[in-house]
Design a binder for this molecule. Structure first.
Ligand code: ADP
Length: 344
């Protein structure tokens, strides 16, 4: 059978078609700059229209959906109720869930009879216990407003777990690892006995590690200070934290390849801060896990930058811990989850 995977981001759309079983890639397309000024592609409908795809020859479509909230703890077959629930979660993921929904609706229109499956970025972290996901805020903010840690990059961490278990020759349910997905967005995950038990991204993907353009952890009082003392507006603070911080804010660019090749102090400091943050999370997760079989590096930086991997592991505490590099494949994880859902 042929299963397509659609990963609709806020301004991009990745499409991959797999022959299953076996996961042979039959087709792979990327549409970028959707809805941006001067772009020929105005929206996700046009993006899907622009693909060279005959939906009549596809048996199922899997969609990456960023936010599944507390409702979705695994992948599901899409129906009207699921669509409504994803819509209700838009306030928690205002840029991503609408794009994901758009993708689902376009396929419904073009091929109303093929099953569609939603695979959520948050679902892998549904196993977090309360002590890991509740913030130390007034408890009613969790109860009434669902403010809690959700965690993201779940399909990647889940894929890394499967591959690491194979490499380590362990059963998934006996595997204890720290996975580091280090791309432009970056997150760490503590996996105990094959289950996510803590992760660095939180209520949104802003928390945690230093990323390409996101700050990761900061003192929340900085936001109040920006607002009150410096009169920075909330939407400007949002842009600072999400788009102008991280490596870009520290040294003027977010491409680790380029930053590594620079010799200036700002570039070195940016990488030092990123490495220190990764080490702090590893340290915390080693205590949470107690047993660590390996640290897994992945994402564009984790897979390709020996400099960053060595800088992270160059530490007395870490010298006896195995580190492994695994190329992540979120689309492959999504297509495998689609088959699981269809089997049921
Ligand atoms: P995204 O989150 O956008 O999918 P990627 O996983 O592709 O991001 O990772 C992008 C990051 O990987 C960039 O910082 C890029 O510089 C870095 N990267 C890619 N190749 C290399 C390399 N050979 N050496 C160092 N960094 C690299």
């Amino acid at each position: 059978m042929r299963v397509a995977v659609i990963n609709a981001g806020s301004s991009s759309l990745k499409f991959k078609l797999f022959a299953m079983p076996g996961a042979r890639v039959l087709q792979s397309e990327l549409v970028e700059h959707i809805g941006e000024p001067n772009s020929p592609i105005a929206n996700h409908f046009e993006a899907i229209e622009s693909l060279h795809v005959n939906f009549a020859k596809i048996d199922a479509v899997g969609h990456r959906v960023v936010h599944g909230g507390e409702k979705f703890v695994s992948s599901v077959l899409i129906n009207d109720e699921v669509i409504q629930a994803i819509r209700e979660l838009i306030p928690l993921a205002p840029l991503h869930n609408p794009a994901n929904l758009e993708g689902i609706k376009v396929v419904q229109k073009k091929a109303p009879n093929i099953p569609q499956i939603a695979v959520f970025d948050t679902a892998f972290h549904a196993t977090l216990k309360k002590e890991a996901f509740v913030y130390a805020l007034p408890y009613e903010l969790y109860e009434k407003h669902q403010i809690r840690r959700y965690g993201f990059h779940g399909t990647s961490h889940a894929y890394l777990l499967q591959q690491a278990a194979l490499l380590l020759e362990k059963k998934v349910e006996d595997t204890n690892i720290i996975t580091l997905h280090l791309g432009n967005g970056a997150s760490a995950c503590a996996i105990k006995n094959g289950k996510s038990c803590d992760t660095s991204m939180g209520f949104t993907p802003l928390e945690g590690l230093v990323m390409g353009t996101r700050s990761g952890d900061i003192d929340p009082a900085i936001i109040l200070y920006l607002q009150e003392a410096l009169h920075v507006k909330p939407n400007e603070i949002d842009a600072i934290l999400n788009k102008k911080s991280g490596l870009l804010g520290l040294c003027g660019e977010n491409d680790v390849r380029k930053i590594q090749s620079r010799k200036d102090d700002a570039a070195k400091l940016a990488l030092d801060i990123m490495v220190r943050r990764i080490q702090k999370y590893i340290g915390a997760y080693m205590v949470v896990l107690e047993d660590v079989d390996a640290i897994v590096f992945s994402g564009g930086i984790g897979e390709n930058s020996a400099y960053i991997r060595e800088a992270v592991m160059n530490n007395k505490i870490l010298k006896n811990i195995k580190s492994i590099v695994i190329k992540t494949d979120e689309e492959l994880q999504i297509v495998n989850e689609c088959l699981e859902v269809l089997k049921k």
